[in-house]
Design a protein around this ligand. Structure first.
Ligand code: 6PG
Length: 464
């Protein structure tokens, strides 16, 4: 009764991943902290049940797996992962592999890899939600070549495919996979926020109902914006609440949750001096969405927003341009982290494995993979293919942001993307003034344009 692989944690993601593996013909041992869940899981597995090996204790689980053992953890990120590793360790042998498939903090993965000793450790970012886990996720692996070699065959079988190419790769050592997954989630936040802002403009500035909004997104999903997030936006906007017969969007409270990966991305990016303003705007927007009382009070004090005169083509172009800028920020962060951590992250391959299976999959990612291959090291927004696209769609982004600002409708992520680009096309910025101010009040010194390289110069400041 030997299983080829094992999985711990039968929540939605773990259960679906186990079924996906079972479907490839692999026998998989499963264990869950509450045994009742293991039993229902196997009972409901139908045709796949013969490939599942339910176990009632951790010891039984470990001994059911052929050596060297491959054990996938799908438990909540944080302490639960450490606890599970501690419980497993005395039962394992040298050369066994633990795979953490949760949304773990990459620095935890680095620490756990270092502490694993003779046990091999693979940090695996898994994207695609419940559906992806069941039918083909995108997977970002970090770990040693040996750990990867042990898992590559099965991960390749269960991964999503883009034109036959499996969306899984080893991206670097230890925390690299979870790091890339974190940045994926940061981009996901920006993508979702920008879509939500465009929805807000249609709803509040153009008087459109949810069904009309859904129709617009469905049309855009046929063009360059084609993506999973645009597709599901069209679907959710067109869904009706069976209880009230109103659009579902109109009955859902406007308060967004977050489990933290977007915030981690922003903090990490600031630490590396490789900021992603579009993701910052998105994280901030989620936080402010929780301030319902303040927003009601603000509306009382400052009044309601006005209306907009924008075309659908403007909205579509604005979303496209802003999205390119957000992704460019994300890839720049990956490049910075890669250099700093010595990871040698394969940016084109990352774009490739994001083309299917993951939440941010889109037609654009295929073009991004090509651009990142053709001009390695270049900022994505400046790569010829994307610079061309930006030149075509920036006017739409400008009109959209300008109209929204004039009407008083919030578009923080769209505006931040535009501000990022405008900052990057201003040869002489305004930091000369910042330096003068710093020198004035704190004698921090500055560099002169006519004496490059010479530091520690001070101004002949007159009294204020
Ligand atoms: C995915 C998702 C998934 C989840 C994140 C973000 O790639 O499948 O990113 O991992 O949605 O945890 O969740 P929050 O919005 O709750 O932070």
């Amino acid at each position: 009764d030997t299983a080829e692989i094992g999985l711990i944690g039968l929540g939605t993601m773990g259960a679906n991943l186990a079924l996906n593996i079972a479907e490839t013909g692999h026998r998989i041992a499963v264990w869950n902290r509450t045994q009742a869940r293991t039993e229902t899981f196997v009972d409901e597995a139908g045709d796949l049940a013969p490939n599942l090996v339910p176990t009632a204790s951790l010891a039984e689980f470990v001994s059911a797996i052929a050596r060297p053992r491959r054990i996938i953890l799908m438990v909540p990120a944080g302490e639960a992962v450490d606890d599970q590793i501690d419980a497993l360790r005395p039962l394992l042998d040298a050369g066994d592999v633990i795979v953490d498939a949760g949304n773990s903090d990459w620095q935890d993965t680095r620490r756990r890899t270092a502490a694993a000793g003779e046990i091999l450790y693979l940090g695996l970012g898994v994207s695609g939600g419940a559906e992806g886990a069941r039918n083909g996720p995108s997977m970002m692996a970090g770990g040693s070549d040996r750990a990867w070699a042990a898992l590559e065959p099965v991960l390749t079988l269960i991964a999503a495919r883009f034109e036959g190419d499996p969306c899984v790769a080893r991206l670097g050592p230890d925390g690299a996979g979870h790091y890339v997954k974190m940045v994926h989630n940061g981009i996901e936040y920006a993508d979702m926020q920008m879509i939500a802002e465009i929805y807000g403009l249609m709803r509040d500035g153009m008087g459109r109902g949810a069904a009309e909004v859904g129709a617009a997104f469905a049309r855009w999903n046929e063009g360059p914006l084609a993506s999973y997030l645009v597709e599901i936006t069209a679907a959710v906007a067109r869904t009706t609440d069976p209880e009230t017969s109103r659009p579902m969007l109109d009955v859902i409270a406007d308060r967004a949750g977050q489990k933290g990966t977007g915030r981690w991305t922003v903090i990490d990016a600031q630490t590396r001096a490789a900021p992603l303003p579009a993701v910052e705007a998105a994280v901030t927007a989620r936080v402010l969405s929780g301030e319902a009382a303040a927003r009601a009070e603000g509306a009382e004090i400052f009044g309601a927003a006005g209306t907009l005169d924008l075309s659908d083509a403007d909205l579509e172009g604005a979303l496209l341009a802003a999205k390119i800028l957000a992704y460019s920020q994300g890839f720049s962060l990956l490049a910075a982290a890669s250099a700093e951590e010595g990871w040698d992250l394969p940016l084109p391959r990352i774009a490739e494995i994001w083309r299917a299976g993951c939440i941010i999959r889109s037609a654009l990612l295929d073009e991004m993979a090509t651009a990142l291959t053709e001009v390695p090291g270049q900022r994505l927004a400046f790569a010829p293919a994307f610079a061309d696209r930006l030149r075509s769609h920036l006017p739409a982004l400008r009109r959209t942001v300008a109209a929204a600002v004039a009407a008083g409708l919030p578009v923080p992520a769209l505006a931040s993307a535009l501000g990022y680009l405008d900052t990057l096309r201003q040869p002489r910025g305004t930091a000369n003034l910042i330096q003068a101010q710093r020198d004035y009040f704190g004698a921090h010194g500055f560099e002169r344009v006519d004496r490059p390289g010479q530091t520690g110069l001070h101004g002949p400041w007159t009294d204020a």
